[in-house]
Design a protein around this ligand. Sequence first.
Ligand code: PMP
Length: 456
Amino acid sequence: MATLLDLIGDTPLVEVKRLDCGPCRLFLKLESANPSGSIKDRPARAMIEAAEAAGQLKPGGTIVEATAGNTGLGLALVAGQKNYRTILVVPDKMSREKILHARALGAQVHITRSDVGKGHPDYYQDMALTITSRTKGAIFINQFENPANPLAHETATAPELLRQMNGDIDAIVVGVGSGGTLTGIGRFMKRASPKTEMVLADPVGSVLAPFINSGEMIEAGSWTVEGIGEDFVPANADLSLVKAAYSITDQESYAAARNLLRKEGIFAGSSSGTLLAAALRYCKLQTKPKRVVSLVCDSGAKYLSKVFNDAFLAQEGWIERTRSGTVRDLVINRHEEGGAVEVRPQDTLRTVFARMRAADVSQLPVVEDDTIVGLVDESDLLSALITDTDDPAHGFNRTVKDVMVTRLETISADAPIRDLVPLFRKDYVAIVVENGRFLGLVTRIDMINHFRVGTS
Ligand code: PMP
């Protein structure tokens, strides 16, 4: 009978059927099928077993790692099965799903800044080193330099892939986080299939593709795709193996991941979107038919709140909406699209609380027949409960119309954006109406985000 750890590897390969691949055939290896859901289970297990074999990791020991998430999930899974403790340092741009998943696996997760570079004490790798030195029996896994990381791909992922492709692969499109995938697969192919070209898919802002294409080290920018792209060249990334490198924008990566789900039914994460976009670009540039492979590095389930969340895309300005330069542009969740979180006057306070909690908001518009008739916030809710001290349960059964505020100041969707400022100065939320109909709310954070997108 197989144990869970035996299920790492031997991942399936599928052919892309409905996307335009030019003259080529494109195949995807679903690393998302590994037990913790990503390409990092293989190296996680290999790095832990190498540390055991070297006598560095003793029973009851602690594993520390700096990770974008997936390495941490793989480590936490394997460590849990082998009775080690896991401490992870994760940059704050990583999706909530991965952090919740790591904690659920029993890992201790420290969140740190994603806007500082190597050498800064808050940089995730520096912080992981500090934690290791302060923790008894701890080892720093260091996927960026650990040779067991590329070796796992060289000895397992790559031969599996070549076998599944009947020994015939013209190109493999990969990303680089630590470089384990590129170096491991690249080394194996150099020996076993010299015709196979390694192609790098890199987020715009990462230093890797520009370095390969121009030999120059640019200053790193920022990107939201997780797990790939770097602000330095990791020791484990042998860039000399790369034949061609493409820089892909976040917007294109997200669109590719969404399209992959719609067209092929394959639920993949943001880095897989980058790989797919680069693979399709490579395929379309070919003049002869080629057999091209790429990877689904992890599942889209880890990015439901980002890649597959229309509100997130709208905040980034990536949703096809006409921009008018007015308050309308700042309404992210719109009533007319069913996106606004709202209640009706006859709803109970129990419903108000449930909606506030589910959407993580502190106030709700009260809407009846497309018209806003009131506003209810946390303090209205609390006062209603406190006055009913005899029976707090009764308080929750009261209706919204009993407690809502009805004296509302609204703003037209056509108003210039600066007209929001006096409302925010008075501590109001902006209630946006268009032709008498409720459009949605705009809060301070929406305005701050509007400035962020406008300046980045
Ligand atoms: N995609 C995702 C989602 C990842 O988490 C990682 C690992 N950081 C990669 C791709 C790249 O893998 P590697 O570390 O082998 O370069």
